[in-house]
Write a protein that binds this ligand. Structure first.
Ligand SMILES: [Fe+2]
Ligand SMILES: [Fe+2]
Length: 399
């Protein structure tokens, strides 16, 4: 059996950005790696502007959740004190004794390799995949250094990639000034905003406790989705003159019960008399909204009726639902990390123009999909759809 080929990408990831993701994915493809471990460093001593390790870890998790083959790894976070690459490699080689190791670095790091602790040992432990940097000023010096390291037993593969230059400092400055940057995954930017990292104004003061709880309660994929929904709900609220903080909070908590087993959701629903609807009680796809609204109040301390209502009706809708609930419902359906489905682009576009119209299209799509799969449509969805159609008729084409 061929050895598993595992790449390593280490760094502070302060914060993780598109440059890191592009480099890891390109190295994975070019070197035919089975996976790349993305390894955030612990809290470096005396380094200003570095976000706490657990925040950087969650952002790495959220960013990697959307990319297949990128696996966040806590090996450097779970050890106290300073940890050197030679230690990390030793631990990993012990954990995966049959793997072949590839360390992904930029060309600038190649020039500094001999400053690494016990670097000659490191050279024997892995092959280096070297990504070009736009600032590679002296290619001759690079080649010479590579040859010197090869003479010591180092193995290097120079990856043929367009040079990438993304500066974490520039990104942090953009965040501090609240300027847009396409260099951050939407989930990472949202995390920074609600936590108030890198000089951003913290948008949700309760966020710290909420994110702690959500990160423990959800899968990383669901956690990333949650951040993307919060971001999209906020944008829709701003666009349609709704309360952005409420929309963002509801987006963040809308799936807080989603990862509980159905039986546990049913137990909570029964214990607190949340619903008598048997159709709802039997469906994990729907029940988590009702249970989520309960948990948002009981565990997350939310008392705002609009936020709770938006969470409660995000799966089936409700006739008469308010526009804030519509924004959250739609954000769930169109957030940017969503896998494509037939009406996605249409709903995305419509949501910019009219929440009511986008809701109608989205719910018609859901109804068609449910019918096609041979399942019964929940009556609340049908009633909501009929209600939305009356709105459309009453208000004509301008809605
Ligand atoms: Fe949901
Ligand atoms: Fe969701």
């Amino acid at each position: 059996m061929a050895k598993e080929r595992i790449g390593i990408m280490g760094g502070t990831f302060n914060p993780i950005h598109q440059g890191h993701l592009t480099m890891a994915l390109a190295a994975k493809e070019k070197a035919q790696l089975d996976e790349v471990l993305v390894i955030p460093s612990g809290n470096p001593p005396h380094k200003a502007h570095t976000a706490p390790a657990e925040d950087r870890w969650r952002m790495v998790c959220a960013a990697c959740a959307q990319e297949s083959g990128l696996t966040p790894c806590r090996v450097e976070l779970d050890r106290p004190g300073v940890i050197y690459t030679v230690d990390t490699l030793s631990i990993l080689r012990e954990k995966y004794p049959k793997a072949e190791w590839f360390y992904i670095i930029g060309a600038d790091t190649l020039m500094e390799l001999r400053n690494w602790r016990r670097f000659e040992e490191v050279l024997r432990m892995c092959t280096f995949l070297v990504c070009p940097r736009a600032t590679d000023a002296a290619p001759m010096a690079l080649t010479e250094e590579r040859h010197r390291l090869e003479a010591l037993g180092g193995r290097f593969v120079m990856l043929d990639l367009p040079p990438m230059e993304v500066s974490s400092t520039d990104i942090r400055q953009a965040l501090e000034r609240d300027q847009p940057t396409s260099l951050l995954p939407v989930t990472v930017r949202e995390y920074c905003g609600i936590m108030g990292l890198y000089g951003m104004t913290q948008r949700l003061p309760q966020a710290e406790a909420w994110l702690d709880r959500l990160f423990g309660a959800l899968t990383v994929k669901r956690f990333a989705h949650t951040l993307a929904v919060a971001s999209t709900a906020r944008s829709l609220a701003l666009l349609h003159h709704l309360d952005a903080a409420k929309a963002e909070a509801a987006g963040l908590l809308h799936d807080c019960a989603k990862c509980l087993p159905l039986r546990e959701q049913q137990r909570i629903a029964r214990a607190h008399g949340l619903t008598a609807d048997t159709g709802l009680m039997e469906s994990g796809a729907l029940l988590h909204a009702v249970v989520g609204a309960y948990l948002a109040r009981a565990d997350y301390g939310v008392t705002d009726a609009d936020i709770l209502e938006a969470i409660r009706c995000h799966t089936t809708g409700r006739p008469g639902m308010n526009r804030l609930s519509m924004a959250v419902y739609l954000a769930d359906a169109i957030e940017p990390t969503r896998e494509a489905y037939p009406l996605l682009n249409q709903v995305r576009l419509m949501a910019q123009l009219s929440l009511e119209r986008a809701m109608t299209t989205s719910m018609e799509g859901t109804a068609g999909h449910v019918r096609k799969s041979g399942k019964a449509l929940h009556p609340a969805t049908l009633e909501t759809l009929n209600w939305l159609r009356t709105l459309k008729e009453a208000n004509g084409p301008s809605i």
